[in-house]
Design a protein around this ligand. Structure first.
Ligand code: ACO
Length: 312
């Protein structure tokens, strides 16, 4: 048997915030943000809309899509760095709201690579047959930790949630290989400052990401015994179009074979990969037996990638 994705769902807050709106807050321009990051607009949650609310909406859709009832879920993993509160976990809140009575629940923090860490953690439980069905959610409300006087960060980050129900899939399908990694020495380049806001050395993070994302992509392809040419679709973390392009070009695939949501949703951290994947599947860009690479990086520094064959 393989371990793969049985269903997907995603949720974006309604409020659209354009680049123009940032021109009023900080010394920036729509043109700078577009050309340097690829972002045209992003979504911000309402003040009363928490990470758990977005996670819940995405999770409901993923369960529906998978045709799995909440009672069948053995475990809930929520990847987030913006929990509603330090505890209870967002996962425990979801467990209650969904009525996932049998499920264990925990949050996991690996910033923008969180969903990759969640997927790979879920895979281990399913592969060992300890659990059958695991709900993995990537959800973040970065708008609540943004400094709206810091042009280096506030124009890039955003909110959203994406979810996957993981379980057994037929032999040959599902996750073929993975890579997870961390380099704590780079933690200083992307963290929360003493005021509780995101602080970032963009240049250092860029240098790291533009090297790591293409490398992890190649690593999982090789580990799966595949070649670059075998990849049908790439789902990179949506941090910066120039970083995404580096990974795409290293693979040598055309633009239409890469998931792209950054222009409309910005960088919504742990939510970005499951949202981009969920949209691509719904838009019919991915078909059964396609070879996919999902790849992300984030604060920590952390990174993670999987190669997978799509389908149940
Ligand atoms: N508007 C105008 N100018 C700006 C802005 C802005 N919003 N932000 C920064 N600048 C300025 C900088 O201050 C700098 O000015 P200086 O040279 O006078 O110091 C100048 O633009 C150029 O800065 P660079 O860093 O060289 O610009 P670059 O072209 O590399 O783009 C960017 C900056 C977009 C931040 C890029 O470095 C980047 O994308 N870095 C990675 C960010 C990222 O991926 N973060 C991941 C977060 S993942 C997570 O875990 C949340």
């Amino acid at each position: 048997m393989g371990v793969g994705i049985l269903g997907l769902g995603h949720y974006l807050p309604e409020r659209v915030v354009t680049n123009k709106e940032f021109e009023k807050m900080v010394d920036t321009t729509d043109e700078w943000i577009r050309t340097r990051s690829g972002i045209e607009e992003r979504r911000f949650a309402r003040d009363d809309e928490e990470t758990s609310d977005m996670a819940y909406e995405a999770a409901k859709l993923a369960l529906e899509d998978a045709n799995v009832s909440p009672e069948e879920i053995d475990m809930i993993i929520v990847a987030t760095v913006t929990q509603d509160m330090p505890f209870p976990s967002v996962a425990a809140m979801l467990q209650e709201r969904l009525g996932a009575k049998r499920a264990a629940a925990m949050d996991l923090a690996a910033a923008c690579a969180g969903f990759m860490y969640g997927m790979i953690t879920a895979k281990q439980f399913i592969e060992t047959k300890a659990y059958e069905k695991i709900l993995v959610v990537g959800a973040d409300k970065l708008s609540k930790i943004l400094d709206f006087t810091d042009r280096n960060t506030c124009v890039l980050l955003s909110d959203g949630a994406g979810a996957a129900v993981m379980g057994e899939v037929s032999e040959g399908r599902g996750i073929l290989s993975f890579e997870l990694g961390a380099d704590g020495s780079g933690g200083k380049h992307l963290n929360l400052n003493e005021k509780g806001y995101v602080a970032m050395n963009g240049r250092e993070v860029f240098k790291f990401a533009v090297r790591q994302m293409p490398q992890s992509t190649i690593n999982v392809i090789e580990k799966a015994g595949l070649m670059k040419e075998d990849v049908d679709f790439l789902v990179p973390h949506q941090a910066n179009i120039r970083i995404m392009e580096a990974a795409r070009q290293r693979l040598g695939i055309s633009e239409d074979k890469m998931a792209k949501t950054i222009h409309k949703y910005g960088n919504n951290s742990a939510a970005s990969i499951p949202i981009a994947l969920s949209e691509a599947v719904k838009e019919g860009k991915i078909k059964d037996d396609d070879i996919l690479v999902l790849v992300g990086f984030g604060g920590g520094l952390t990174w993670g990638a999987v190669a997978l064959k799509w389908g149940k």
